[in-house]
Ligand binder design. Structure first.
Ligand code: ZN
Length: 244
């Protein structure tokens, strides 16, 4: 069991001399629970990451916090600074004051849980990016999941039938599972816990492929901003009529 030593900032001090007793994750947030019951929340956001190294030097680029464990070193890095560290007195506080505002986790949500959260007239893409609706999926994997499920990102969320939502939740699990298996993805500076770059970048069906051929029908993929985010989809393979 790792013993954590010093610290400059408050989040770092929270774990000073503590034993980690549990880890919890919800969406893009990871909670590290100390034996005192206090909790350090790591908001991974778009580019935040925890990496484990044998040696404290050299420090990884964009290090914001460093902990010395029993025989390794843990670093929190965040090149784009959308992530962060926050402390809570207990897991109950964390749930009450923070995680209760998040939607269910994308990896475990069912179609019947998702349906009542999509009563909006917003496009499905915008609804899925809202972490209060669904936690854990960002721009890239929303586009990939919608392609996989055959749903156009412009589809009005509340018009999607529960049958198609079932296809969507399965697509989310498939796409996220594939990305985890491939060692993460997305950003050029993304690294996994061992500090290795993610390998999934080349494996996207639509993300980063606007104007190129659809992998299914060979027609050019469309690209447009939806919810202020670059969105890529196939107008032929992805429908706006998703049954209700
Ligand atoms: Zn297509």
């Amino acid at each position: 069991v790792p013993r954590l030593i010093p610290a400059r900032t408050t989040p770092e001090r929270l774990l000073q001399g503590a034993t980690i007793t549990a880890l919890r994750r919800h969406g893009k947030q990871l909670a590290i629970v100390a034996d005192s019951g206090r909790v350090l929340v790591v908001q991974l956001g778009m580019s935040g990451g925890l990496t484990v190294h044998d040696s404290p030097a050299p420090r990884p680029k964009h290090t914001h916090a460093h902990w010395t464990l029993a025989s390794t070193h843990l670093f929190f890095t965040d090149p784009r600074r959308f992530g962060g560290l926050t402390t809570y007195p207990s897991l109950d506080h964390l749930h009450l004051h923070r995680w209760s505002r998040l939607g269910p986790d994308a990896l475990t949500i069912s179609a019947s849980d998702l349906a009542p959260r999509l009563t909006t007239t917003r496009p499905i893409k915008a609804a899925l990016l809202d972490q209060g609706v669904l936690a854990g999926v960002g721009n890239i994997y929303v586009d990939e999941s919608l392609f996989e499920a055959g749903i156009a990102p412009t589809t009005i969320a509340r018009t999607i039938g529960v049958g198609r939502l079932s296809t969507l939740t399965a697509a989310l699990r498939l796409v996220l599972g594939r990305a985890v298996a491939a060692g993460g993805s997305t950003l050029r500076n993304y690294v996994d816990a061992s500090g290795q770059p993610g390998r999934a970048q080349g494996g996207h069906a639509v993300y980063g492929r606007g104007g190129q051929e659809c992998v299914r029908c060979r027609r050019p993929l469309r690209t447009e901003a939806i919810a202020q985010r670059t969105t890529v989809w196939c107008e032929f393979c992805q429908s706006t009529h998703c049954g209700k």
